[in-house]
Design a binder for this molecule. Structure first.
Ligand code: ZN
Length: 314
């Protein structure tokens, strides 16, 4: 058994930029590259395995055909999706449904609870997180009257911050933000407000107000997170969130440190530094922008170097 390294998939977005190339050295398709789908089994952009016996296979195929690598899971589809987002411009204000609503209204898609680790941002960067309406009526009224400044809450962000964004939370990344996102494997977004922007042809992007009103949590619930920090030999482990959908950690490795996980498969993304992963005396180079999966039953592995990783499991 081997760790599985993944080839990222890139998505053009009108709000995208070039940070994925500048920061991570990825070969991006153009200068409006907004998303790197780093660990994905979603049909809109599945990752391909780069090494070992499953090289060339997509993650969704392995999920179906080799369930033992994932501990013979109950879920029908791979539940998580890891992305890096380059918000070079403001994203539209949006909200996502939870599982039951998505299943009924979006062809069996999963709902979308997500979370963000702020990799980098400009000085004074903000994001939209929540709203000020006390009742659904007030929400509808403010939306229909276009009173967005009154309605939307803005928070200031800085690198290293972590936000948990449950389904039903109105949110938007703003200009100058680079984020690692861990989310349920879903591509369903209801657009609430797009700043009345027009594309090159003069068209507004479609809004989904009815569905957005259906799924928005009123009043806004602040899902505050309280990170737990644990120091071990040569590694600091920060647990950001343990929810019904995912658990997300940051591992800060300095030197050599051994891990063993027998109950979960792990999704790992190197966000800083260089080093190696050693397993069964096999050495795998790790560098910023490397994404990989540790299957269930891999046994002990060792990380060596100066590394920061975001790690998650379902
Ligand atoms: Zn979102």
């Amino acid at each position: 058994m081997q760790p599985m390294f993944l080839k990222p998939v890139f998505k053009e977005r009108i709000w995208g930029g070039t940070a994925l190339q500048e920061e991570f050295g990825y070969e991006i398709p153009n200068d409006k590259t907004g998303e790197c789908w780093a660990i994905s089994a979603h049909p809109n952009g599945p990752s391909i395995i780069e090494n070992g016996p499953y090289a060339g296979m997509s993650l969704d195929a392995i999920w179906r055909e080799q369930p033992e690598l994932f501990g013979n899971p109950k879920e029908e589809v791979f539940p998580l999706l890891t992305k890096i987002l380059d918000a070079n411009m403001d994203l539209s204000v949006q909200v996502h449904p939870e599982d039951t609503y998505a299943k009924v209204h979006e062809n069996g898609e999963l709902g979308k609870t997500e979370c963000w680790y702020i990799l980098d941002c400009i000085e004074g960067a903000e994001m939209i997180f929540g709203h000020n309406a006390k009742t659904k009526e007030e929400l509808v009224e403010k939306m229909k009257e276009g009173k967005w400044t009154e309605l939307l809450r803005r928070v200031e962000i800085k690198p290293g911050d972590f936000y948990y964004v449950p389904s039903g939370t109105i949110h938007a990344l703003c200009e100058g933000t680079l984020v690692l996102e861990t989310q349920q494997s879903s591509d369903t977004t209801y657009r609430v407000y797009d700043y009345d922007r027009r594309d090159a042809e003069g068209n507004l992007r479609e809004l989904h107000l009815e569905k957005a009103i259906d799924v928005t949590t009123v009043p806004h619930q602040n899902a505050g997170v309280a990170p737990k920090v644990e120091e071990r030999e040569n590694v600091t482990i920060t647990t950001f969130v343990e929810s019904e959908f995912f658990t997300v950690y940051k591992w800060e490795v300095e030197g050599k440190t051994a891990f063993e996980y027998n109950n979960h498969y792990l999704l790992l993304s190197v966000i800083k530094g260089d080093g190696t992963l050693v397993h069964n005396s096999e050495k795998y180079p790790l560098t910023k922008g490397t994404h990989f999966i540790i299957p269930v039953g891999l046994g002990e592995f060792e990380l060596n170097g100066e590394l920061e990783l975001i790690v998650s499991h379902a």
